[in-house]
Design a protein around this ligand. Sequence first.
Ligand code: SF4
Ligand code: SF4
Length: 71
Amino acid sequence: MPVVPVSDEISAKCICPGCPSYPGKEPWLYCGRGKSPQEINQVTCLCPGCPISEEHGLSMTFYCVEGTEES
Ligand code: SF4
Ligand code: SF4
C-alpha cells in the first residue's frame, strides 16, 4: 500500500486546511500522519483532487477519519 512520508514539502501541498471537514487546531496531512484524534464532521473530502493523492497513487478518502491507507 502507498506510504506518504510526513515532510514539510508534502505538508505544504496538502489541501486539508481548505476542506470543510478539517477540524482545525492540528497538523493536516492525515494520509501520512494518520487519523485525527478529534471528532470529524464529514462534510466532504478534498483528497481525490489533491496533488499528493495523485503523486502517491492514493485511492481512499477521509484519511482524517480512517487513518492512512496502510493502517
Ligand atoms: S490526500 Fe488528503 S490528507 Fe493527503 S495530502 Fe492530500 S488532502 Fe492531505
Ligand atoms: S482527509 Fe479529506 S476530509 Fe479530512 S480534512 Fe483532509 S480533505 Fe478533508
